[in-house]
Design a protein around this ligand. Structure first.
Ligand code: GLP
Length: 243
């Protein structure tokens, strides 16, 4: 346990294909993998490479279980920013053979706390947690203040996250809250990958990996994971110590 995360730094042009190739290898070893998947802009090129690999017959998700990492609460069904909409459009619905299961977060029901509890059960046995990094150091919607034993839960979103829903992802309205797999489940996954691209993430990535671990930058808790790989492109890694 500790700061021995594997750091993979790649030129931007190679980054998505390298991450996808590593997932193709995992799936070929263990086709029934249970994976949680993020949305946002970072994983999009990886999903495109995975779709291409699946269409070429180099990988199949037909025995895999895909679990949503997080979701906005308060966006209507079909909203383009919704995480279920994005994951389906970028990956799930483009696969030539569907996954064995796609476990979405029920954000449309009357009881979001109960939906979070159900999703906590779905996230209990993850083989691989694939994660993005928020500009404030959040992971999923584990916003600053989150702790390593936090369960999957309904969360109040940081103002910057609420604004990003409209400004960056084209939401038709500002979400009211979020539901996220908690750090307890993410740290309990057999393996975790943190995907980070672009110079705009360089400063927060450095702080998450090099400053003391703590709740101000929730992604820093991932350094306690025994099998963490950070996949960064050269822009995101530009402020990390060499070597
Ligand atoms: C979003 C999501 C995260 C995502 C992160 C980074 O708000 N809640 O799951 O990984 O912020 O997003 P992006 O990849 O668009 O920078």
């Amino acid at each position: 346990m500790g700061d021995d995360a594997r750091r993979v730094v790649l030129p931007a042009a190679d980054w998505a294909s390298a991450v996808a190739a590593e997932l193709v290898a995992r799936l070929s070893d263990r086709p029934a993998l249970r994976i949680c998947l993020p949305t946002g802009e970072t994983p999009g090129p990886v999903y495109a490479a995975l779709v291409a690999a699946a269409c070429d017959g180099r990988v199949s998700f037909d025995r895999a279980t895909l679990v949503m990492l997080d979701a906005w609460v308060g966006l209507p069904p079909g909203d383009p920013a919704r995480c279920d909409v994005r994951l389906r459009a970028e990956l799930v619905d483009r696969l030539p053979r569907p996954p064995a299961a796609f476990i979405a977060i029920d954000v449309d029901g009357p009881d979001p706390d109960a939906a979070a509890d159900r999703h906590d059960a779905a996230a209990a046995r993850l083989d691989l947690a694939i994660l993005g990094l928020g500009p404030n150091g959040h992971v999923g919607f584990n916003e600053p203040g989150s702790r390593p034993d936090d369960p999957t839960r309904l969360v109040r979103l940081a103002a910057s996250s609420r604004e990003a829903a409209v400004a960056r992802y084209g939401a038709t309205r500002v979400p009211t809250a979020g539901i996220t797999i908690g750090l307890r489940r993410l740290l309990g996954a057999e393996e975790a990958w943190l995907l980070v691209t672009g110079e705009r993430k360089a400063s927060i990535l450095r702080r998450c990996l090099e400053d003391p671990v703590g709740p101000d930058r929730p992604a820093s808790w991932l350094r306690r994971h025994p099998r963490l790989t950070v996949f960064a492109d050269e822009g995101a890694a530009s402020l990390l110590p060499r070597g």
